[in-house]
Design a binder for this molecule. Structure first.
Ligand SMILES: Cc1ncc(COP(=O)(O)O)c(C=O)c1O
Length: 398
């Protein structure tokens, strides 16, 4: 490259699921039939009230800048919605609207972390945590998951060790991408206790809070002593099938929100103005369409989990939340002579068109890991295509 690039760029990671998507897209362009399980994007239409209110806002001329932290009505409505669902007492001052859920990660790191600070983050996990911590000069301290009876559980020993080593910031993604893990009540309470006792600042990534197939979702921010130390990543992307609209929020104590809003001014001035009226209609409307989205996803989950578990050497939990599966494929790989999970992915893609990510796309693997995992997203593929793709995968792995 002719223009010299700053040293810090060598520390910026990326979301390699997009690279898998491109690889599949190139094969599709050559005429190959693809079964897209790689990206957490959605092939479900945004609720009609959101679309109608957005179009109305455009026609009403809501096309100029708006306040940097978002329109007051949306901040207020979100504060009420989150207070009810998280058991908190939030006001509009606790909300900074963002262009998506993702910006909250980098802004949280910029506001909360000094260079050299140690940050506990989930690994396997959403790769942007590791990327942003590295980029801003922090020291990432990864913690993993263990296979429990019902699903993945947090490796609490690793979290305790990280705290003992001096970590002051914890990133926690309950309803987790990629494992689908949901914390049982005791696990979340233990994490909250550790956070309070050790004076941690917490980022609670709640991107999948509303994509839940049973029971009631809970937030660590609603537990005793947590509201004042927790920043919530909220997004409209998943609940309202609005991934491409780009709207979310950073939810935090008011002084933290002010600091984040100052970054908003520097970065994007404000989030898209007219879409905020659509999101407001979504929050204030009845829940029929968001519930239908979850029902559609649940059917897909069941078909996919059953199909995966029928394959010899594949073990897959049935997560209560998110739209991801993280099957253990160690046995199938041994049986078929694959040593590297990326070789398995590429061979599957080229042979069957079934496209998925692997553990490798969710952070640098930890030295103690011995099992092999792949990740399926079922948010962008219908049941008939899931069934067809799974029969091809089953044959490939037979
Ligand atoms: C765990 C997690 N956090 C945050 C995001 C970002 O969401 P958004 O698309 O709203 O930026 C995602 C998106 O896939 C995610 O999986």
């Amino acid at each position: 490259m002719a223009i010299p690039v700053a040293e810090r760029m060598s520390r910026l990671g990326t979301e390699t699921a997009f690279a898998v998507s491109m690889e599949a897209g190139q094969l599709a362009a050559k005429g190959k039939k693809i079964y897209p399980f790689h990206l957490g994007d959605m092939n479900i239409i945004t609720p009609s009230n959101v679309i109608e209110a957005t179009v109305k806002a455009i026609n009403d001329g809501k096309t100029g800048y708006c306040p940097t932290a978002g329109i007051p009505a949306l901040r207020q409505a979100l504060a009420e919605d989150l207070s009810a669902s998280r058991g908190m007492s939030l006001t509009a001052d606790n909300i900074a609207i963002q262009p998506g859920g993702k910006p909250t990660i980098g802004k949280f790191i910029m506001v909360a972390m000094n260079p050299g600070d140690k940050v506990l983050y989930p690994n396997p996990g959403y790769p942007i945590y590791e990327s942003q911590v590295d980029f801003h000069g922090g020291v990432g301290v990864p913690y993993g998951f263990l296979e429990g009876d019902e699903g993945f559980v947090l490796d609490m020993e690793a979290i305790r060790a990280g705290i003992a080593a001096g970590a002051k910031i914890l990133i926690y993604n309950n309803y987790q991408n990629p494992t689908g893990a949901s914390s049982p009540a005791e696990e979340m309470e233990e994490l909250a206790r550790l956070s309070v006792d050790n004076d941690l600042t917490v980022l609670s990534d709640e991107a999948y809070f509303d994509i839940r197939f049973g029971g009631r979702a809970t937030s660590i921010a609603g537990l005793p002593g947590m509201a004042e130390r927790t920043v919530i990543l909220y997004t409209f992307s998943k609940k309202f099938a609005m991934t491409g609209w780009r709207l979310g929020a950073c939810v935090a104590p008011a002084d933290f929100v002010e600091a984040v809003a100052k970054i908003n001014v520097n970065d994007e001035s404000c989030s898209n103005h007219f879409i905020q009226y659509g999101a407001l209609a979504g929050l204030q409307g009845d829940n029929t369409e968001p519930e239908a989205i979850v029902a559609t996803l649940k059917k897909r989950r069941d078909v996919l989990v059953d199909a995966l578990n029928r394959i010899d050497g594949v073990k897959c939990y049935r997560p209560e939340a998110t739209f991801y599966l993280f099957p253990n494929v160690t046995g199938a790989m041994e049986r078929k002579g694959f040593g590297d999970v990326e070789d398995l992915r590429k061979a599957c893609l080229n042979d069957t068109g079934v496209s998925f990510c692997t553990r490798r796309h969710f952070g640098r693997p930890l030295p103690e890991e011995t099992n092999q995992y792949i990740r399926f997203a079922y948010s962008g593929i219908d049941v008939d295509q899931i069934t067809e793709g799974m029969s091809k995968l089953t044959e490939f792995l037979s």
